[in-house]
Design a protein around this ligand. Structure first.
Ligand code: APR
Length: 236
């Protein structure tokens, strides 16, 4: 696809770029998004599986979701969009802030706002575990308490370190690329507003319109992130 000239000019004219990514970033890696057709929340009610209260009531039930996510994510590899974001570091991309828990970004600085599914820990004694060790065996730690992935569940706050670093990056960047997120889950969804308020341009890359499209985004480019990002890179 031909990328609008203004998008390319904006990237060329920026010295501090931050990318905010969501589930759409990993679709070309074979990982299903959450919302929309074929999304994970069609099969799993997030209130019943992915809420911290649901986990406390019935951790085994939540692990049905975690195991499915782990199985899909552990097979996935970075796609051409992830590779393009690595190359964009040569063109001013300072950091990637991601809502994804799949560990597919390998940029120099990656802020994983919602954690990482590969890590787990015991809710009782805090011992660290590999999530992959619990695909078949009991989710109980040696101390008897349930183990859980180190991901942010609904109803839980984000880590202080990742939130404050994200706010810092967003308040001083001059361009933000918002890639493959429905931009409805806060605080991640507020980051483009913070960047905009501080004078940054916002370029959105998504299959469809989002709450950012009219008003917050300076430009919206519609298509697959795995195709558009390499196209952008090539045009720079
Ligand atoms: N390329 C670009 N965008 C895409 C692609 C693609 N190939 N496929 C889907 N999209 C877009 C969709 O149009 C949608 O706007 O990606 C977005 C995915 O939205 P969600 O599934 O809501 O994912 P995300 O925004 O990351 O969700 C935020 O919600 O459930 C929680 O914790 C979960 O981190 C997640 C958070």
């Amino acid at each position: 696809m031909r990328i609008p000239e203004k998008v390319i000019e904006s990237i060329k004219g920026s010295s501090s770029i931050v990318a905010l990514t969501g589930a759409g970033m990993s679709v070309e890696s074979g990982i299903a998004p959450f919302r929309g057709k074929g999304g994970l929340w069609e099969k799993f009610d997030p209130e019943k599986y992915a809420h911290v209260g649901a986990f406390k009531r019935d951790p085994e039930k939540s692990w049905k979701l975690f195991r499915l996510q782990y199985a899909e994510i552990s097979k996935a590899k970075p796609n051409p969009g992830h590779h393009a974001l690595m190359e964009l570091q040569k063109h001013g991309l300072e950091a990637v802030i991601t809502q994804n828990i799949d560990g597919l970004h390998h940029n120099e600085e990656v802020v994983e706002l919602h954690g990482n599914i590969f890590r787990s820990y015991c809710t009782g004694c805090g011992t660290k575990h590999d999530t992959g060790d619990f695909m078949e065996k009991s989710i109980l730690c040696r101390c008897g308490a349930p183990v859980r992935p180190d991901v942010v569940l609904f109803g839980e706050p984000l880590s202080q370190a990742s939130t404050s670093r994200s706010f810092q990056l967003c308040s001083r960047c001059d361009l933000m690329l918002v890639i493959g997120t429905s931009a409805v889950v806060h605080p991640a969804a507020s980051l483009p507003f913070i960047a905009k308020q501080n004078g940054a341009k916002i370029i959105e890359i998504n299959l469809e319109e989002t709450p950012l499209t009219d008003g917050v985004a300076d430009f919206s480019v519609f298509g697959e992130a795995g195709n558009l990002l390499p196209d952008i890179l090539q045009a720079l």
